[in-house]
Ligand binder design. Sequence first.
Ligand code: NAP
Length: 283
Amino acid sequence: MPGSPSGSVDPLLPHPSQEPTIDTDRPRPAAVITGASAGFGVEFARRFADRGYDLVLVARRREPMDRLAVELGAAHGITAHVVPLDLAQPDAAATLLGHVDDLGLTVHALVNNAGFGTYGAFAEADPARIAQEISLNVTALTMLSRLFLPGLLATGDGVLVNVASTAAYQPGPYLAVYAATKAYVRSLTEAVWQETRGTGLKVLALAPGPTETEFFEAAGSEKFKVGQMLSVPAVVDVAFRALDRRDTPPSVVAGHRNKVTAVAAGFLPRRLTLAVAGRLTGE
Ligand SMILES: NC(=O)c1ccc[n+]([C@@H]2O[C@H](COP(=O)([O-])OP(=O)(O)OC[C@H]3O[C@@H](n4cnc5c(N)ncnc54)[C@H](OP(=O)(O)O)[C@@H]3O)[C@@H](O)[C@H]2O)c1
Protein backbone atom coordinates (compact mmCIF):
# COMPACT_ATOMS: atom_id res chain seq x y z
CA MET A 1 0.00 0.00 0.00
CA PRO A 2 1.45 3.38 -0.98
CA GLY A 3 2.86 5.48 1.80
CA SER A 4 2.21 2.91 4.49
CA PRO A 5 5.13 1.54 6.44
CA SER A 6 2.94 -1.27 7.68
CA GLY A 7 2.10 -3.17 4.46
CA SER A 8 -1.36 -4.69 4.13
CA VAL A 9 -4.41 -2.75 5.18
CA ASP A 10 -7.07 -5.40 5.03
CA PRO A 11 -8.57 -6.16 8.45
CA LEU A 12 -9.40 -9.62 7.15
CA LEU A 13 -5.75 -10.42 6.86
CA PRO A 14 -3.30 -11.12 9.63
CA HIS A 15 -1.55 -8.18 11.26
CA PRO A 16 0.58 -6.31 8.67
CA SER A 17 3.80 -7.41 10.32
CA GLN A 18 2.88 -10.97 9.25
CA GLU A 19 1.57 -9.88 5.85
CA PRO A 20 4.33 -8.59 3.57
CA THR A 21 2.25 -7.99 0.41
CA ILE A 22 2.00 -4.31 -0.53
CA ASP A 23 -0.69 -3.36 -3.02
CA THR A 24 0.75 -0.27 -4.66
CA ASP A 25 -2.27 0.16 -6.99
CA ARG A 26 -4.70 0.93 -4.20
CA PRO A 27 -5.08 4.37 -2.69
CA ARG A 28 -4.53 4.28 1.05
CA PRO A 29 -7.81 3.38 2.78
CA ALA A 30 -9.26 5.63 5.43
CA ALA A 31 -11.06 4.87 8.67
CA VAL A 32 -13.62 7.32 10.07
CA ILE A 33 -13.78 7.03 13.86
CA THR A 34 -16.31 8.95 15.92
CA GLY A 35 -15.67 9.68 19.58
CA ALA A 36 -11.94 9.77 18.86
CA SER A 37 -11.00 12.25 21.60
CA ALA A 38 -11.18 9.70 24.44
CA GLY A 39 -11.75 6.09 25.47
CA PHE A 40 -12.45 3.40 22.89
CA GLY A 41 -12.24 5.83 19.97
CA VAL A 42 -8.57 6.58 20.68
CA GLU A 43 -7.78 2.87 20.79
CA PHE A 44 -9.65 2.21 17.53
CA ALA A 45 -7.63 5.03 15.95
CA ARG A 46 -4.37 3.45 17.14
CA ARG A 47 -5.30 0.03 15.73
CA PHE A 48 -6.38 1.31 12.31
CA ALA A 49 -3.26 3.50 12.09
CA ASP A 50 -1.17 0.45 12.91
CA ARG A 51 -2.83 -1.31 9.98
CA GLY A 52 -1.92 1.53 7.63
CA TYR A 53 -5.22 3.39 7.39
CA ASP A 54 -5.46 7.15 7.11
CA LEU A 55 -7.82 8.44 9.75
CA VAL A 56 -10.68 10.85 10.15
CA LEU A 57 -11.01 11.60 13.86
CA VAL A 58 -14.35 13.04 14.94
CA ALA A 59 -15.52 14.41 18.32
CA ARG A 60 -16.26 17.81 19.83
CA ARG A 61 -12.91 18.41 21.56
CA ARG A 62 -10.24 19.28 19.04
CA GLU A 63 -7.12 19.34 21.20
CA PRO A 64 -6.86 15.64 22.19
CA MET A 65 -7.53 14.64 18.58
CA ASP A 66 -4.84 17.02 17.30
CA ARG A 67 -2.34 15.38 19.66
CA LEU A 68 -3.41 11.89 18.61
CA ALA A 69 -3.19 12.83 14.92
CA VAL A 70 0.39 14.05 15.32
CA GLU A 71 1.40 11.00 17.36
CA LEU A 72 -0.11 8.45 14.95
CA GLY A 73 1.13 10.27 11.85
CA ALA A 74 4.69 10.15 13.20
CA ALA A 75 4.45 6.55 14.40
CA HIS A 76 2.79 5.01 11.34
CA GLY A 77 3.35 7.38 8.40
CA ILE A 78 -0.39 7.81 7.95
CA THR A 79 -2.40 11.02 7.73
CA ALA A 80 -4.96 11.68 10.43
CA HIS A 81 -7.53 14.38 9.74
CA VAL A 82 -9.28 16.00 12.67
CA VAL A 83 -12.93 17.00 12.35
CA PRO A 84 -14.30 18.72 15.46
CA LEU A 85 -18.04 18.18 15.24
CA ASP A 86 -21.03 17.82 17.55
CA LEU A 87 -22.68 14.72 16.14
CA ALA A 88 -25.83 15.33 18.19
CA GLN A 89 -26.63 18.32 15.97
CA PRO A 90 -29.16 17.88 13.15
CA ASP A 91 -27.52 16.98 9.82
CA ALA A 92 -24.20 16.20 11.52
CA ALA A 93 -23.86 12.97 9.52
CA ALA A 94 -24.29 14.77 6.19
CA THR A 95 -21.83 17.44 7.33
CA LEU A 96 -19.25 14.76 8.15
CA LEU A 97 -19.75 12.98 4.84
CA GLY A 98 -19.23 16.35 3.10
CA HIS A 99 -15.93 16.88 4.97
CA VAL A 100 -14.73 13.40 4.04
CA ASP A 101 -15.67 13.90 0.39
CA ASP A 102 -13.82 17.23 0.36
CA LEU A 103 -10.73 15.45 1.68
CA GLY A 104 -10.93 13.04 -1.27
CA LEU A 105 -10.61 9.99 0.94
CA THR A 106 -11.69 6.43 0.17
CA VAL A 107 -13.39 5.31 3.33
CA HIS A 108 -12.94 1.60 4.00
CA ALA A 109 -13.91 1.65 7.66
CA LEU A 110 -16.46 3.48 9.78
CA VAL A 111 -16.48 3.10 13.55
CA ASN A 112 -19.60 4.63 15.10
CA ASN A 113 -18.26 4.84 18.61
CA ALA A 114 -19.34 8.26 19.95
CA GLY A 115 -22.05 7.87 22.55
CA PHE A 116 -22.98 8.65 26.12
CA GLY A 117 -25.28 7.45 28.87
CA THR A 118 -27.21 9.07 31.68
CA TYR A 119 -27.83 7.68 35.14
CA GLY A 120 -31.07 8.31 36.99
CA ALA A 121 -34.81 7.73 37.17
CA PHE A 122 -36.55 8.29 33.85
CA ALA A 123 -39.28 10.40 35.50
CA GLU A 124 -36.63 12.91 36.57
CA ALA A 125 -34.45 12.86 33.47
CA ASP A 126 -33.71 16.13 31.70
CA PRO A 127 -35.74 16.06 28.46
CA ALA A 128 -33.07 18.03 26.59
CA ARG A 129 -30.41 15.53 27.59
CA ILE A 130 -32.63 12.62 26.53
CA ALA A 131 -33.02 14.23 23.11
CA GLN A 132 -29.24 14.68 22.81
CA GLU A 133 -28.58 11.10 23.85
CA ILE A 134 -30.95 9.78 21.22
CA SER A 135 -29.56 12.17 18.59
CA LEU A 136 -26.02 10.93 19.19
CA ASN A 137 -26.46 7.25 20.07
CA VAL A 138 -29.25 6.56 17.58
CA THR A 139 -29.74 9.23 14.92
CA ALA A 140 -26.12 10.09 14.14
CA LEU A 141 -25.08 6.44 14.18
CA THR A 142 -27.94 5.46 11.89
CA MET A 143 -27.41 8.27 9.42
CA LEU A 144 -23.63 7.80 9.33
CA SER A 145 -24.12 4.07 8.73
CA ARG A 146 -26.58 4.82 5.94
CA LEU A 147 -24.60 7.62 4.28
CA PHE A 148 -21.27 5.79 4.32
CA LEU A 149 -22.66 2.36 3.44
CA PRO A 150 -22.64 2.70 -0.37
CA GLY A 151 -18.98 3.76 -0.28
CA LEU A 152 -18.06 0.99 2.15
CA LEU A 153 -19.80 -1.57 -0.05
CA ALA A 154 -18.03 -0.24 -3.14
CA THR A 155 -14.62 -0.97 -1.59
CA GLY A 156 -15.39 -4.70 -1.55
CA ASP A 157 -13.65 -5.10 1.81
CA GLY A 158 -15.17 -2.40 4.00
CA VAL A 159 -15.70 -2.45 7.75
CA LEU A 160 -18.60 -1.03 9.76
CA VAL A 161 -18.34 -1.21 13.54
CA ASN A 162 -21.15 0.17 15.66
CA VAL A 163 -20.42 0.34 19.37
CA ALA A 164 -23.37 -0.98 21.36
CA SER A 165 -23.06 -2.18 24.97
CA THR A 166 -23.91 -5.09 27.22
CA ALA A 167 -26.82 -2.76 28.12
CA ALA A 168 -28.23 -3.70 24.69
CA TYR A 169 -29.13 -7.16 25.99
CA GLN A 170 -31.76 -6.22 28.57
CA PRO A 171 -33.69 -3.09 29.57
CA GLY A 172 -31.76 -0.91 32.02
CA PRO A 173 -33.61 0.53 34.99
CA TYR A 174 -32.02 3.92 35.88
CA LEU A 175 -30.32 3.97 32.51
CA ALA A 176 -33.52 3.42 30.58
CA VAL A 177 -32.79 5.65 27.59
CA TYR A 178 -29.18 4.54 27.28
CA ALA A 179 -30.03 0.83 27.33
CA ALA A 180 -32.82 1.43 24.80
CA THR A 181 -30.45 3.28 22.45
CA LYS A 182 -27.94 0.45 22.66
CA ALA A 183 -30.63 -2.19 22.01
CA TYR A 184 -31.42 -0.15 18.90
CA VAL A 185 -27.75 -0.08 17.86
CA ARG A 186 -27.47 -3.83 18.21
CA SER A 187 -30.72 -4.46 16.32
CA LEU A 188 -29.89 -2.08 13.46
CA THR A 189 -26.37 -3.39 13.08
CA GLU A 190 -27.34 -7.05 13.08
CA ALA A 191 -30.00 -6.35 10.43
CA VAL A 192 -27.44 -4.57 8.23
CA TRP A 193 -25.04 -7.50 8.78
CA GLN A 194 -27.66 -9.82 7.29
CA GLU A 195 -28.56 -7.48 4.42
CA THR A 196 -24.92 -7.14 3.35
CA ARG A 197 -23.87 -10.79 3.63
CA GLY A 198 -21.70 -11.90 0.73
CA THR A 199 -20.69 -8.36 -0.26
CA GLY A 200 -17.27 -8.44 1.41
CA LEU A 201 -18.38 -5.84 3.97
CA LYS A 202 -17.70 -6.68 7.61
CA VAL A 203 -20.46 -5.42 9.91
CA LEU A 204 -20.12 -5.74 13.67
CA ALA A 205 -21.98 -4.55 16.75
CA LEU A 206 -19.44 -4.41 19.58
CA ALA A 207 -20.89 -4.77 23.08
CA PRO A 208 -18.39 -3.70 25.73
CA GLY A 209 -19.12 -4.24 29.38
CA PRO A 210 -18.10 -1.63 31.97
CA THR A 211 -14.72 -0.21 30.97
CA GLU A 212 -12.59 2.51 32.56
CA THR A 213 -13.00 5.53 30.25
CA GLU A 214 -14.56 8.99 30.67
CA PHE A 215 -17.94 7.31 30.17
CA PHE A 216 -19.04 7.10 33.83
CA GLU A 217 -18.03 10.67 34.52
CA ALA A 218 -20.13 11.80 31.54
CA ALA A 219 -23.02 9.61 32.74
CA GLY A 220 -22.96 11.19 36.19
CA SER A 221 -22.59 7.97 38.18
CA GLU A 222 -20.56 4.83 38.64
CA LYS A 223 -23.72 3.00 39.75
CA PHE A 224 -24.08 1.10 36.52
CA LYS A 225 -20.50 -0.13 36.47
CA VAL A 226 -22.03 -3.60 36.56
CA GLY A 227 -20.38 -6.68 35.05
CA GLN A 228 -16.92 -7.93 34.17
CA MET A 229 -14.44 -5.07 33.79
CA LEU A 230 -12.02 -5.22 30.85
CA SER A 231 -9.38 -2.73 29.77
CA VAL A 232 -9.95 -0.53 26.71
CA PRO A 233 -7.31 -2.42 24.63
CA ALA A 234 -8.84 -5.77 25.65
CA VAL A 235 -12.27 -4.65 24.41
CA VAL A 236 -10.89 -3.38 21.11
CA ASP A 237 -8.96 -6.67 20.76
CA VAL A 238 -12.31 -8.45 20.91
CA ALA A 239 -13.58 -6.29 18.05
CA PHE A 240 -10.54 -6.90 15.85
CA ARG A 241 -10.53 -10.63 16.55
CA ALA A 242 -14.14 -10.69 15.31
CA LEU A 243 -13.30 -8.55 12.27
CA ASP A 244 -10.31 -10.72 11.40
CA ARG A 245 -12.49 -13.80 11.27
CA ARG A 246 -13.49 -14.94 7.79
CA ASP A 247 -17.10 -15.09 8.98
CA THR A 248 -17.41 -12.05 11.23
CA PRO A 249 -20.37 -12.46 13.62
CA PRO A 250 -23.13 -9.81 13.65
CA SER A 251 -22.28 -8.86 17.21
CA VAL A 252 -19.79 -9.65 19.91
CA VAL A 253 -19.86 -9.18 23.68
CA ALA A 254 -16.53 -8.35 25.31
CA GLY A 255 -15.67 -10.59 28.26
CA HIS A 256 -16.72 -14.19 28.88
CA ARG A 257 -18.76 -13.45 31.98
CA ASN A 258 -20.49 -10.54 30.22
CA LYS A 259 -21.30 -12.92 27.37
CA VAL A 260 -22.89 -15.42 29.75
CA THR A 261 -24.98 -12.66 31.36
CA ALA A 262 -26.08 -11.38 27.94
CA VAL A 263 -27.09 -14.85 26.77
CA ALA A 264 -28.91 -15.57 30.05
CA ALA A 265 -30.86 -12.32 29.75
CA GLY A 266 -32.22 -13.63 26.46
CA PHE A 267 -34.04 -16.59 27.98
CA LEU A 268 -34.69 -15.75 31.65
CA PRO A 269 -38.14 -14.35 32.48
CA ARG A 270 -38.23 -10.59 31.86
CA ARG A 271 -39.50 -9.86 35.38
CA LEU A 272 -36.47 -11.60 36.79
CA THR A 273 -33.87 -9.82 34.62
CA LEU A 274 -35.56 -6.49 35.33
CA ALA A 275 -35.61 -7.14 39.08
CA VAL A 276 -31.93 -8.12 39.11
CA ALA A 277 -30.92 -5.18 36.90
CA GLY A 278 -33.00 -2.80 39.02
CA ARG A 279 -31.37 -4.05 42.20
CA LEU A 280 -27.86 -3.76 40.77
CA THR A 281 -28.24 -0.27 39.35
CA GLY A 282 -30.98 1.11 41.64
CA GLU A 283 -30.62 4.43 43.45
N1 NAP B 1 -16.95 2.70 28.98
C1 NAP B 1 -17.92 1.82 29.13
O1 NAP B 1 -18.09 1.25 30.21
C2 NAP B 1 -18.81 1.47 27.96
C3 NAP B 1 -19.52 0.27 28.03
C4 NAP B 1 -20.34 -0.08 26.96
C5 NAP B 1 -20.42 0.75 25.85
N2 NAP B 1 -19.73 1.92 25.81
C6 NAP B 1 -19.84 2.75 24.62
O2 NAP B 1 -18.57 3.01 24.08
C7 NAP B 1 -18.63 4.19 23.30
C8 NAP B 1 -17.43 5.05 23.61
O3 NAP B 1 -17.52 5.44 24.97
P1 NAP B 1 -16.24 5.50 25.92
O4 NAP B 1 -16.44 4.49 26.98
O5 NAP B 1 -14.99 5.51 25.13
O6 NAP B 1 -16.55 6.91 26.62
P2 NAP B 1 -15.76 8.30 26.62
O7 NAP B 1 -14.38 8.10 27.10
O8 NAP B 1 -16.68 9.23 27.37
O9 NAP B 1 -15.73 8.70 25.07
C9 NAP B 1 -16.88 9.14 24.40
C10 NAP B 1 -16.47 9.77 23.09
O10 NAP B 1 -17.65 10.24 22.41
C11 NAP B 1 -17.44 11.61 22.06
N3 NAP B 1 -18.69 12.35 22.05
C12 NAP B 1 -19.56 12.52 23.09
N4 NAP B 1 -20.56 13.32 22.71
C13 NAP B 1 -20.33 13.65 21.40
C14 NAP B 1 -21.00 14.47 20.46
N5 NAP B 1 -22.14 15.11 20.77
N6 NAP B 1 -20.48 14.61 19.21
C15 NAP B 1 -19.32 13.98 18.89
N7 NAP B 1 -18.64 13.20 19.74
C16 NAP B 1 -19.14 13.04 20.98
C17 NAP B 1 -16.50 12.15 23.14
O11 NAP B 1 -15.77 13.25 22.66
P3 NAP B 1 -16.09 14.80 22.96
O12 NAP B 1 -16.50 14.90 24.40
O13 NAP B 1 -14.77 15.45 22.66
O14 NAP B 1 -17.16 15.18 22.01
C18 NAP B 1 -15.55 10.97 23.31
O15 NAP B 1 -14.57 11.00 22.30
C19 NAP B 1 -19.98 4.83 23.59
O16 NAP B 1 -20.86 4.59 22.52
C20 NAP B 1 -20.44 4.13 24.84
O17 NAP B 1 -21.85 4.08 24.94
C21 NAP B 1 -18.92 2.30 26.84
